[in-house]
Structures are given as C-alpha cells and as structure tokens.
Design a protein around this ligand. Sequence first.
Ligand SMILES: Cc1ncc(COP(=O)(O)O)c(C=O)c1O
Length: 413
Amino acid sequence: MISLDLDFVRAQFPVFSHPESASWAHLENAGGSYVPDHVISLLQDFFVASKVQPYWEFGPSAKAGEAMDRSLELLPATFNANKGQVHFGPSTSQNTYVLAQALRPNWNVGDEIIVTNQDHEANIGVWRRLEMTGINVIEWGVDPETGLLDISEVRNLINDKTRLLAVTHASNLAATINPISELAEMVHSVDGVLVTDGVSFAPHAAVDVKELGCDVYLYSTYKTFGPHVGLMFTSDAILERVTNQGHFFNSEKPTALLTPAGPDHAAIAACAGMIDYYDDIFRHHFPGSSEVTLRERITKVFELFGQHEQRLMTPLVDYIISQDDFRLIGSRSSDHNVRAPTVAFHSHSRSSEEIYSALVKAGVSCGHGNFYAHRLVEAVGLDPEDGVVRLSLVHYNTNEEVDKALNALDDIG
Ligand SMILES: Cc1ncc(COP(=O)(O)O)c(C=O)c1O
C-alpha cells in the first residue's frame, strides 16, 4: 500500500524551514493550516505582476483575470461540482450570512428552520436571527455527555413546515462525521434545503456534494492550505430560488448573486495553488497515472492524507480516553471515516487554560476555549470561556509532533 511521503509533503511548506516557526509542533490546524509554496508563489506573482483591476485587455490586467479564472475553473473539483456552482466569498461566516438573506423571501411566517447546537456559530446564528422575521427556529441538540447528534431525534423534528436544516459535516470540536446523505434524504422528503458546513471536514477528505446530496456546502480555504476565501457550493435548484444579493446589473451572472462582497482578487488567484499542491502530491505518489481526471487525483490524494491522519490521531485519542481525568468531546473512534483528527477534551481537575499553557510551554501550538462552538461547549456542561483544549492535526503533522503533545500531557498528569 502506498503511504504518504512526509518528507516530500513537508518540503512543500516553507514554514518548516523558518527559523522560529519550524520549532513549533503546529497542532492548531483547525484554526488555520500552513500554506505550501504553490499558494505563496501565486500570491506573490499576483501582487508583483498583476495587482490591478482584472479582466481589461492590458497585460497585467489580462494576466490577473486569467489567474482568477484558473481558480474558478479548478476549485469546483474539490466539491465534485461544476464551474458556476461554486461562489467565492470572503469567508464561510459571510457566505452563510448572505445565503440566509437570499433564501428568506422563499418562506412564510411560521415556517421552520432546524439548527444544531453542535455547529460553529457561523452556521447557527444567521439562521437563528431569522426568528426576528417570523421564522420558527427549532434546535436539534447534542447529547450533553458526548457532544454527539442523534439522527433519530431530528427525524421527529422534520415536518411539513421544515424549510431548511443547517448542520455541520464534522464539528470543529466534536469532530465526528455526521450522516449528511441520510439527512439530505430526510429534508428533501419535505422539500426542504440542507446546508452543510464542511469547514472542519474539507481539510481531511475529498468532499463529494453529489454523493452527499446536499443543496449547499461551505468550506474555507485557509483551513485547506490556501488563503482565506469562503467557498460555497449551491445546487442549480437552489440558485434558481435565491434572490440576488449582488448589484442589480450583475444579476445574470450566477456566481455574482451570492457574493456582494467578493474576497480580494489575489486570494482568489492563489486558491489554484491548492490544486497545484494536490497535483504535485499525486504525481509524486502515483507516477505515470497522468490519465486520471482532476477529481480522481484529488480523491486519491485525500485518501493518502486520511490514512496518515488516522495513524497520527490514534495514539492521541487513545491517550485521552485512557485518562480518567480527561473527557474527550465526540466519538472515541480514531477511524478517519468516523472522525476528523481534531481532539477536543477537558480535565475534571484542572482548567483547560492550565493544560493549554503547559502544552504551549512544551512547544505545542494549540488553543483552548469555545472556538466559536459556544453553544456546544455550554451544552456539554463547560464554561464557554475556559472551554476545551483542542489539538487538531492535518496530513503534514508527524508522529514526533504528536509525541511532543503526549509527553507534555503526561508531565502535567
Ligand atoms: C466548523 C467551522 N465552520 C465555520 C467557520 C467559519 O469560517 P470563516 O472563518 O471562514 O468564517 C469555522 C472557523 O473556524 C469553523 O471551524
């Protein structure tokens, strides 16, 4: 079986040669991942050679437009979607905000939206605020012990008045993969819309909106080795139902409807660097397989990432669940088909701040608190300020970095 060549992977990331940054075991990837050379060089090229209004005929402007078009062309493959179905906004929070405004005119007073208390606030607050306009917002709550959602409970909440269900693919704390395709079927049976936040899932596996059957899927590229752009897939049917949130004279352009504040041009252009990176990983691990499509290459690359991440997270998850003093939030499995490699936990005897400080002293980048999953942290009975300690891995992490965290945790205990 082919496994990920970590030396090759890490050689693509200049941060690992940076005199100060390289000394940290970066286990705060769920907050933002490092970027490979591919992204940095596109960003630099744009700023040096084409930092002008794009899409005019003069050289630098035409070049800027071409660089942006390349991203618009390539990035839909990361969703298994088509060009024109993916909107490039400034962030996921901004994209859900705009989407909520765009969908609201479809609904009547008394219609219902279901939100969870497991999601990041980006996929809760914008829907909850529609209560002010007469929408009834129903909460699908987590198990207060595990932080997990039970699909049998939402079955009882969905009814003829349900217009939308907003749910995370994998929470940024509980990290457990929710059964999106089953949820899509349930919501579609009452002609409702499924909005899935994939920000914490997309860095770890190839997203497939066709297989998942979701109507809207969002993720942010600063978690997937790129600059900060919010990518939002909408199905063709949804696009027909949204009211234009952009300038009136752009209403014929599908990808302008939901991006009144597009992100900066350079950031859009640099997103193609993520694809260049995946392609280099593919070529290195599967030499001679040049016939396969971009989508197939992305899928293969993420399979390698997932297998490596599973090997990394196993000792960490096992350690946390073996300690009586620690409580893990979310699934106790280390199977990468069950959970993302984000490990959020707390101690029964010490504050999360104390544990986090000890980890940072030992050279581990991490954080503590609610990570904007404020409602989840409260639902599992914790103070949202102190919250949980979060150690989040991606494919470029090493066993040594995980060991650094484990040794620090052992020293505290
Ligand atoms: C699960 C999840 N959803 C949404 C967001 C918000 O993304 P953005 O910062 O692009 O608004 C985050 C950010 O951390 C997140 O972790």
